[in-house]
Design a protein around this ligand. Sequence first.
Ligand code: F3S
Length: 388
Amino acid sequence: MHLTNEEEHIYNGKNGWAEQISMKILARLGDLFDADKLIKINSAHISGVSYKTLGDAPIEFLKALAEAQGKVKIRTTLNPQSLDKQYLRKRIDPKIVQRQDRILEQYDKMGITPSLTCTPYYLQKPEPESHVAWAESSAVVYANSILGTWTNREGGPSALAAAIIGKTPNYGVHKKENRTPEVMVNVETGLRNEVDYGTLGILLGKNLKEKIPVIQGLKRASRIELKQLSAALASSGMTNMFLQKNGKKKYKLEKISVDAQELKRTRESLSTYSKKPDLVFVGCPHCSKSEIQKVAQLIKSKKRNDTEFWVCTSCHVKQKAVEQVKTIEKFGGHVLDSVCTVVSWTEELGIRTIMTNSAKTAYYAPTLNKAKPILVPMEKCVQTLTKG
Ligand code: F3S
């Protein structure tokens, strides 16, 4: 990958170790993927924030970067951590809390916005056709496919390096010629709700691997349903984007069909428990204001049974939905900001079964939470929580 004179100086240490190591990470990545040059980016989004998924080893690297005056040059946001600021914090071993705080301190020193959400586009919508370096896979697919923003699927270290340099290697879907579909997907059955869209995502992710699909049959999808599709697609496969077939445009591509039977089989494979769950969870990816409104509407004037209920979102969205949050909390639910079930300490809290409307959570729960999932739409989640 070609480096300009200035970039080469940074590579050789002119601006100190933090920028030097960041430039080296980007140069290595660029060489690996045959990038021609570095391009400027408008924002970065960092994964590797939850202590549960990150572990101890990378903390020293983050500390070294912060101590070497590593500072981000562009707007940079953070993925969820493993605790919220109130409810879970009190229930978790203080040693874990301390370690989690240490991670956040390093990011803070580097000038990163503590957004602690996987839906950074609800805080600030990125410009269409602008280049960004985002590491949260669900947000990557949503950005490329729905927002029209261009980003590869970064790892935590490469997104951080890109934030410190303000640039990313020009390869993958940063290039227009790599944003064309390779497979035509024909959805032969009606998709009824967010669970069906998420299930479709898991099914396609497994079959497509890295290929970009153009999907026929999404015409009536809402943004929330497309968010579920994006998150699930990114969980079971490496596809970074999808296109929606509109109008009569013909594609001469390899074809895949998805029928009702296949969708049902996939949905059943994601839902392996059928009794009363330990936890009902909504908010993967993090809820928008409209989703919180919907939860509040569904529980209004209902009485909760003793099942634990979490709604996860960002601090930003929570502050915009004050009334709805009150309704959910009065009902006995917990609106947890800055965290999500998958990257939190559910096992330590004795949670063994999770009901959710998110196919991504259902996909990861058996491995990351050691929990059996039940995948049902939001309405059913709420029904399970209510008495009578
Ligand atoms: Fe977000 Fe956690 Fe799901 S980070 S996409 S809510 S697994």
